[in-house]
Design a protein around this ligand. Structure first.
Ligand code: NAD
Length: 416
């Protein structure tokens, strides 16, 4: 999928929601554009003494509902269009779960595998210094994304703190716990996926604890989702990672798989008591719930007709293409869309920020309970909208999100 298409796709989705809402043309034009795009070119002195120049971006889509929020991605293919599309999706994601943020995204065009830890630290500190005019704990709060992690957030927090002269824990989320990170943040996205799946089961008359589940991707989101599903009594019959997929119709021992094979060469394919199948076969397994939790564009017009699940819950961002969406909908399969199903991460980032601003930290149990409440309420809102318009859950989620952002933009009025 080219980067241009990602932005086109984001705009097409907005246009569909705008039609349902009979959105004013001027307002539609505002929402189709980012509020602010910053492009920076900056030097880093590499370990060998040579100077290398990098390009970085920060895009803020809309801040009508609050400060902007979104990840920083370090990847060779990061560019302005991709960051813009992802920022727009963050606006809708925050609005659909009704947390007081707008959307942002950013990153640096870099192959992190070619840099030493020291070089990455210098790149991060210089990049955040270049964009410090637009980010901050009350304006725009970055988080980890592809190629960045808790350590990156720690360097950013330290850099911005050094520049103001005091510790600013609320300027980024996804930090290590000892620097003001939140309990429950690491598991939050997978946990939100499971709460969404359970709510969907209720409206579809399915018993989650009796269901057979297939999970694509065994990283942060997929492994937590699979483990929580197992804990709730469901049978996880298939899982996969980039090395391939494994299947056992009696159920796979998820905890054991995670403890023994995650991060190990060959991954879960080292497990023996199962059938080894391809990732394509995995998506076509007979099951109740399919959870794509790996990467984008996995369910396409080529394989959507083979999907046999009754319910698809999108842990990954954009795992289903537009054409595949129509096929699944025609087959009567409910798809809980990414902007709802995987919003658990940003909801718990919001909790982290709230705790940081108050310097008052919650126990994990409290974080998880609040997360579940927000996800349940958001699911109920989207389901009610889906029933009202007799549409699919993705369109329903977009209608709610765009309506909330449009409303906030309208009541604030246009300055001056
Ligand atoms: P991760 O890197 O921890 O895990 C990704 C997993 O997918 C790995 O097991 C990897 O082996 C597997 N994978 C990669 N390519 C694959 C392929 N072609 N087929 C099958 N499996 C493949 O990433 P993550 O944090 O778990 O994120 C997964 C998805 O969820 C991404 O789309 C991400 O944008 C989205 N997401 C993550 C979060 C979060 O909080 N981590 C929040 C919202 C959305």
């Amino acid at each position: 999928m080219s980067e241009i298409n990602v932005l086109d796709m984001a705009r097409k989705q907005l246009a569909v929601a705008a039609q349902y809402l009979d959105l004013d043309d001027g307002l539609h034009a505002v929402l189709a554009q980012p509020k602010r795009q910053v492009v920076v070119n900056f030097p880093v002195v590499m370990d060998n003494g040579e100077v290398q120049c990098f390009q970085g971006y920060r895009v803020q889509h809309n801040s009508s509902r609050g400060p902007t929020k979104g990840g920083l991605r370090y990847h060779p293919e990061v560019d302005l269009d991709e960051a813009t599309a992802l920022a727009m999706w963050m606006t809708w994601k925050c609005a659909v779960v009704n947390i007081p943020y707008g959307g942002a995204k950013g990153g640096v065009k870099v192959n992190t595998k070619l840099l030493s830890k020291r070089e990455l630290e210098k790149l991060t500190r210089r990049f955040i210094s270049e964009i410090n005019i637009v980010v901050g704990e009350r304006s725009d709060i970055p988080a980890p994304d592809v190629g960045t992690n808790a350590q990156t957030m720690a360097w950013i927090m330290d850099t911005l703190s050094m520049q103001v002269g005091y510790t600013l824990p609320g300027c980024v989320t996804g930090k290590p716990i000892e620097l003001g990170g939140s309990e429950g943040r690491v598991e939050a996205t997978g946990r939100g996926v499971i709460v969404s799946a359970m709510e969907a089961c209720k409206v579809l008359g399915m018993d989650f604890s009796e269901s057979k589940i297939v999970v694509q991707g065994f990283g942060n989101v997929g492994s937590v989702a699979a483990e929580l599903a197992e804990e709730a009594g469901a049978k996880v019959i298939g899982v996969s990672d980039a090395t391939g997929a494994i299947y056992n119709e009696k159920g796979l021992p998820i905890k054991e798989l995670y403890q023994r094979y995650s991060g190990v060469e060959g991954g879960i394919r080292n497990y023996k008591d199962c059938e080894h199948i391809s990732n394509t076969d995995l998506l076509a397994l007979k099951c109740d719930i399919l959870m794509p939790c790996a990467i984008q564009a996995q369910i396409t017009d080529e394989n959507a007709a083979d999907v046999k699940a009754k319910l698809v819950v999108e842990g990954a961002n954009g795992p289903t293409t537009l054409e595949a969406d129509h096929t699944l909908s025609d087959k009567g399969i409910m798809v809980v869309p990414d902007i709802l199903a995987n919003a658990g991460g940003v909801v718990t980032s919001y909790f982290e920020w709230v705790q940081d601003l108050q310097n008052f930290f919650w126990e994990e149990d409290e974080v998880n309970k609040r997360l579940a409440r927000i996800m349940q309420r958001a699911f109920a809102d989207v389901y009610a909208m889906q029933q009202k318009h007799k549409t699919d859950m993705r369109t329903a989620a977009m209608i709610i999100a765009v309506d909330r952002v449009a409303h906030a933009t309208t009541v604030r009025g246009i300055f001056p």
